[in-house]
Design a binder for this molecule. Sequence first.
Ligand code: UDX
Length: 436
Amino acid sequence: MHVAMIGTGYVGLVSGACFSEFGVSVVCVDKDSKKIEMLENGIMPIFEPGLDDLVNTNVKAGRLTFTTDLGEAVKAADAVFIAVGTPTRRGDGHADLSYVYAAAKEIAENISGYTVIVTKSTVPVGTGDEVERIIREARPDAEFDVVSNPEFLREGSAIADFTHPDRVVIGTQSPRAQDVMRELYRPLSLIEAPILFVSRTSSELIKYAANTFLATKITFINEIADLCEKVGADVHHVAKGIGLDGRIGKKFLHAGPGYGGSCFPKDTLALVHTAQDVGSPLRIIEAVVDINDKRKKAMAGRIINACGGSVAGKTVAVLGVTFKPNTDDMRDAPSLDILPALINAGARVQAFDPEGMKEAKEMIDGVVWCDDTYATMVNADVLVIITEWNAFRSLDWARVKSLLSSPILVDLRNIYEAHEMAEAGFDYHCIGRPKV
Ligand code: UDX
């Protein structure tokens, strides 16, 4: 089996490396020659735990190579994966498919022999049809099928998600294409991962429905957390109490500052627009998008309240700026709303993140970036945890107290217990849990 993976972004690189680990011969293609050069030298363009080892082992074994030459890679491939970016188009919230369609054209020019073309990028319902039309128009002679095979990888645990998936979804009704896909994913039969064969359209919708459902679940618990604060309940207990019901499930019920990242914000918006376009609006998801946007903006207000109503002239220490731990990804991170709002309110912000500062520096102005966890706290009036990195889960409270000028802690991820923080002498604020 030979695979060409078009796009060495997050999805392409992880999927390519994992397929090579399955024993398949994989060529990862990118137009960006610098990126290809870096990868050839074993340098990862993104931070993902375990990825460098996986890539380097498979490169050494000769199963994984990198190139800028799409044509050669496609000619030799049994399956070509399109894993290019689909950013939100400016202005109208639709997914921008220009990279996908450009890749389809280039693939068409180079197909040789029966080839399965797989959309791995998250693409709106109907994109597979358009990819097929583009290829058919350019190469009426070509033998090919277009398949949808969405990824469900979480940043930070992408390799485990690929190698131990809850399910693999394959959208095609062509038996020939099904055989190629079955062969590619054969190693997963050892762990009995379910492989679901559905129509291409259903597969495209499964990806969006899954992500919007998860975003809804998070938004639901976030609103319940706000309600808990008003009525004196504890969102951890409520989440546990409902999550033990097998129909609800306990995952994705952590209240926090609102979801961010490369998928949920983009995919919720895109599905809302698709649904409006076909006259079948998804009002629940429209509400989720709106509530989450407002929630991220409201978080700075919580910090300001914890400081007695104003942060003007005060120093705020921030731990964690990425949208979640174990990634350097800043896309749609709550910190992008919180930090500028604090600065606008007159605060001096000192921040630290284990992996995200390089990217964050380009996205947020006016922050004093610090070298480590404790350096952020020097003479700060309040300590805020925005991202729950493990490194922030067992702080040395005596040291923290000696560095802060007032012992106020705002924990937007609920990683600490209110009674323990009270015992340690902190004025502790969290999400949806009673104060002690
Ligand atoms: C998500 C999906 O999980 C994955 O299947 C899909 O392929 C891509 O999008 P990812 O964006 O990497 O993955 O992160 P995820 O762990 O799902 O978290 C997304 C956001 O939701 C983060 O901002 C996270 O902090 C937030 N979140 C998650 C919560 O606030 N509470 C939760 O209970 C879970």
